[in-house]
Ligand binder design. Structure first.
Ligand code: ADP
Length: 262
């Protein structure tokens, strides 16, 4: 595993440029500002699968909110190489919970985030099929298992062909078999669409399996303490010894990344 401190040159329009000098929140009394991110600078080449790993409360969700444009209150720059900002383009999201609308069918839950053109409806159906849910197009979320609901959420995240897909621990607290199936499905769609992915996780094994690169964040105010490329050929196997030896090497060479002490 190579510590990739040199940034790759940017040469495609939707390479992402992040340069946050500071992101703070006012506390309730407004007398103290809580500094969540300080001096965080990184670029993400278009189509890269990038995992963010860091201790709880370090600022990962804050960073996703800034990347999505949900929160625009920062001192710094987040933009694409062509000068546009992420929210000028389709963005995909996936959270810890599938967040489906209980009163809508599977198909409606996917198409609802589109303009519902015939092309988009066709893509929705294709994605639902890809997720192995063709028999459940007209079912309601309450008729699906938790894993199936997350498959719908994956289809919905890709239906707008997002330039960037933001995932906040989407497979946390799932049993291992279901989680692994969903990871494979996510990778399949990512490979088809070549979307830039920013994936937050606490699970180093998951990060190594999924990503091209892992950024490790310090405890708050958050900054990047390590930037590693994962140079393992794809498709990867979850039980591959190479993945596990990388994990062990990483933890033994850099115990600080999981201790949350920096
Ligand atoms: P993580 O996702 O890594 O667990 P967060 O981004 O949720 O961390 O939080 C980072 C820091 O910012 C924490 O100290 C948290 O208390 C603070 N924070 C997050 N959201 C708000 C908010 N809306 N108002 C005030 N402080 C916040």
């Amino acid at each position: 595993m190579e510590n990739n401190l040199k940034e790759k040159p940017l040469n495609t329009p939707h390479d992402l440029i992040v340069d946050i000098l500071e992101k703070s929140y006012d506390n309730k009394s407004k007398s103290i500002r809580n500094n969540a991110i300080k001096n965080m600078k990184f670029n993400v080449p278009q189509g890269q699968f990038c995992c963010l790993v860091g201790p709880s409360g370090c600022g990962k969700t804050t960073l996703l909110n800034l990347l999505s444009g949900l929160d625009e209150n920062l001192n710094g720059i987040i933009k694409y190489q062509d000068g546009s900002i992420p929210k000028d383009w389709p963005i995909g999201y996936m959270f810890q919970e599938p967040r489906l609308m209980p009163w809508l069918s599977v198909k409606q839950n996917v198409t609802i985030v589109t303009q519902q053109t015939s092309e988009e409806i066709e893509l929705s159906e294709n994605l639902i099929n890809e997720m192995g849910l063709s028999k459940y197009m007209d079912s309601f979320p309450s008729e699906l298992s938790g894993g199936m609901q997350r498959r719908v959420a994956i289809a919905r995240a890709f239906v707008n062909k997002p330039k960037i897909l933001l995932l906040d621990e989407p497979f946390i607290s799932l049993d291992e078999t279901v989680g692994n199936l969903l990871r494979q499905m996510l990778l399949k769609l990512w490979e088809q669409q070549k979307t830039t992915v920013i994936f937050v996780t606490h699970d180093l094994r998951e990060a190594i399996y999924l990503s091209d690169r892992i950024l490790f964040l310090s405890k708050g105010p958050s900054r990047i303490i390590h930037d590693f490329n994962i140079n393992i050929n794809r498709p990867r196997k979850l039980n591959d010894k190479e993945l596990d030896s990388l994990r062990i090497e990483l933890i033994s060479n850099h115990p600080e990344i999981l201790s949350g002490k920096i």
